[in-house]
Design a protein around this ligand. Structure first.
Ligand SMILES: *[C@@H]1O[C@H](CO)[C@@H](O)[C@H](O)[C@H]1NC(C)=O
Ligand SMILES: *[C@@H]1O[C@H](CO)[C@@H](O)[C@H](O)[C@H]1NC(C)=O
Ligand SMILES: *[C@@H]1O[C@H](CO)[C@@H](O)[C@H](O)[C@H]1NC(C)=O
Ligand SMILES: *[C@@H]1O[C@H](CO)[C@@H](O)[C@H](O)[C@H]1NC(C)=O
Length: 172
């Protein structure tokens, strides 16, 4: 198998920015889309259901050209009667810099959640098959009120949005 990794995985982990005391959190939907199919193609982007309370996130995609300049914009939303509103988290991360330096302790914590579920263990460029397998847990000491949350991740290569991965979770 191609040793290239899943880039979205690093940031997917942030979806599960949750309290370890929560009775449960479960991914309820994941939506992936490439805005530029000559650069990125998704083959697979689905939840796997284990039980009523447990799902995992599985993504597989190919980057047809090397990506050397990657910014990831991540917004965490909470659902209100009026729709999803930004909540807590709105950051843009230089993914290549992070993979070189691991200098951001918060992002590093997320990275640690998924590093064994992907082959993310390398620096830029990213090219070829990218896989996240069976991602379903994270313990993170940030209490959140119950509700529906979304984490919207835009992947910006060379200054333009090329793909996004939006994951929705239920927190009881
Ligand atoms: C789409 O991807 C191709 C291949 O990497 C790239 O040359 C082109 O600039 C991209 N288009 C946009 C609008 O980013
Ligand atoms: C990626 O998805 C495609 C289409 O479902 C599948 O054929 C392929 O085996 C998957 N590869 C990996 C490594 O998961
Ligand atoms: C699912 O979560 C609910 C609410 O916390 C709990 O009552 C129920 O026992 C859980 N079921 C399983 C199969 O874990
Ligand atoms: C990759 O994993 C190996 C073994 O776990 C570790 O020694 C190495 O530092 C990692 N490399 C990167 C770039 O994270």
């Amino acid at each position: 198998m191609n040793p290239n990794v899943i880039l979205p995985g690093v940031f997917l982990a942030a979806l599960f920015l949750i309290s370890s005391e929560a009775p449960y959190i479960k991914a309820t939907n994941v939506v992936c889309e490439s805005k530029n199919k000559s650069w990125a193609v998704f083959h697979y982007c689905r939840l796997k259901a284990y039980s009523r309370n447990k799902t995992s996130v599985n993504i597989n995609a190919t980057l047809l050209h090397p990506a050397n300049n990657i910014m990831v914009k991540m917004v965490r939303m909470v659902k209100k009667l009026s729709g999803y509103k930004p909540f807590l988290f709105d950051v843009t991360v230089d993914a290549c810099l992070f993979m070189r330096k691991k200098h951001n302790p918060v992002i590093k914590m997320f990275y640690n959640f998924i590093k064994d579920l992907s082959t993310l263990n390398h620096t830029c460029p990213y090219e070829g098959l990218q896989v996240l397998s069976d991602y379903h847990t994270a313990k993170f000491p940030v209490p959140l009120p119950p509700g529906d949350y979304g984490v919207l991740m835009d992947f910006i290569f060379d200054g333009k949005k090329q793909l996004y991965v939006n994951t929705y979770v239920l927190h009881l």
